[in-house]
Ligand binder design. Structure first.
Ligand code: GLU
Length: 426
């Protein structure tokens, strides 16, 4: 038997990558896919590592390392964000690119999956240093991206301003404004104002749909949100606007709790002014770990991967878990939650609102025309609710004794495999 690690690929031993492979294997077994297909699917089609030397304000030059992983293009050009984080690893980037393949497939977008990352703590850089880093990263990956090749977007600690630098750098290189080369651009240069809320809005939408099934609706139901970036904060905002009570939120510095509910808009102001939710007055302090175990109806893990594991899954009390982050629940934890009768709405379904809005932006960029914010949100609403329905029904029909993720993965992986077969790749 040839061992998997024999490939010597630099991501083989990464725990996040191994989790992504485990999820793929679980679903491959259910779909009856041969091992060789799994072997093809578990590796990215292309993986590029780049060196980014940045001249700091001090005059000193430091080197950052970045990657772009292009996992699969059977359904279209690679698509997925770029994250800046001090703990990014090559394995994490490859895993995230694989998740993008499934996410885009499940949402029936005309895209394959890709992801990028730079190992950097952006809070330690000045705006000028960040600009230099961003432009140099994009220049370094420019030969493998393009409107019809690979279309990056924001992810953890990157934003529309980062996209503006990417877009500008690339447009200068090719000699024309390449509107469609990145999405989630500022609205003044080809982006959509509603892109920023889309991921969180989608996370809230699928939680609302799930609440109709198992909680008799959202009215008065309690919610805890881990992570208060663009995903967590808008999920909290919309869930509270639709009648739920957000009792706890957190960020990397800690969490806050008030059983009477938090004023989400106020928490947003505090976060923007002071950089952390913990400075919100009318609540008691809790830790990120405690937040996950609160006796709430809906839990939104919207920070990072691997936060609900076999160690704490039993203590999670929420009936609905809507995955704002990518990979917050490990496969072992997923099983435990399913046995307890909780619904973990998988990331590739729950947080697809961002990339779906990216697709709407990209389509209009390619056509050279603009869509109104209202039309764009309506489209997104329909896409997310249709997707939820599709996965929920497939789950109930075929896999109700297993986590909901299995149904989502089965649909997504099967579509990619079919495309690969039709194209004669397997
Ligand atoms: N980074 C986001 C995600 O993980 C958005 C990707 C995109 O818009 O391409 O889905």
């Amino acid at each position: 038997m040839v061992s998997a690690t024999v490939t010597g690929a630099p991501y083989e031993t990464d725990p996040v990558y191994q989790m992504a492979v485990r999820q793929l294997k679980d679903v491959a077994e259910i779909l009856g896919l041969p091992d060789e297909v799994v072997e093809v699917l578990r590796h990215p089609e292309r993986l590029l590592q780049v060196k980014i030397p940045v001249r700091l304000e001090s005059g000193k030059t430091v080197v950052f390392i970045g990657w772009r992983s292009q996992h699969n293009s059977a359904l279209g050009p690679y698509k997925g964000g770029v994250r800046y984080h001090p703990n990014v690893s090559v394995g994490e980037v490859v895993a995230l690119s694989m998740w993008m393949t499934w996410k885009n497939s499940l949402s029936q977008l005309p895209f394959g999956g890709g992801k990028g990352g730079v190992k950097v703590d952006p809070s330690q850089l000045s705006q000028r240093e960040l600009e230099e880093l961003s432009r140099k990263y994009f220049a370094a990956i420019s030969r493998i991206v393009g409107e019809d090749i690979d279309i990056p977007a924001p992810d953890v600690y990157t934003n529309p301003q980062t996209m503006a630098w990417f877009f500008d750098e690339y447009s200068k290189m090719v000699g024309y404004p390449a509107w469609g080369v990145v999405t989630a651009k500022p609205y003044q240069i080809g982006g959509l104002k509603v892109r920023i809320i889309s991921t969180g809005y989608g996370v809230a939408l699928v939680a609302r749909e799930a609440a109709k099934k198992v909680l008799n609706g959202l009215e008065g139901k309690t919610v805890a949100v881990q992570g208060f970036g663009n995903v967590g904060r808008y999920a909290a905002l919309y869930l509270s606007e639709w009648g739920a009570k957000v009792v706890a939120v957190s960020d990397s510095k800690g969490g806050i709790y008030n059983s009477n509910g938090l004023d989400v808009k106020k928490v947003m102001e505090v976060k923007d002014k002071t950089r952390s939710v913990i400075n919100y007055k009318d609540a008691k302090r809790i830790t990120n770990e405690e937040l996950l175990e609160l006796g709430v109806d809906i839990l939104v893990p919207a920070a990072i991967e691997n936060v609900i594991t076999e160690k704490n899954a039993d203590k999670v009390k929420a009936k609905i878990i809507s995955e704002g982050a990518n990979g917050p629940v490990t496969p072992e934890a997923d099983e435990i939650l399913a046995r307890k009768g909780a619904i973990a709405i998988p990331d590739i379904l729950a947080n697809a609102g961002g990339v779906s809005m990216s697709w709407i932006e990209w389509c209009h960029n390619r056509m050279g025309c603009w869509i109104t914010e209202e039309e764009a949100l309506k489209k997104l609403d329909k896409k997310m609710t249709d997707n939820f329905k599709l996965v929920y029904e497939e789950w109930q029909r075929k896999y109700s004794d297993k986590p909901m993720r299995i149904a989502a993965y089965a649909i997504a992986v099967e579509r990619v495999v079919n495309a690969m077969k039709l194209r004669g790749w397997i």
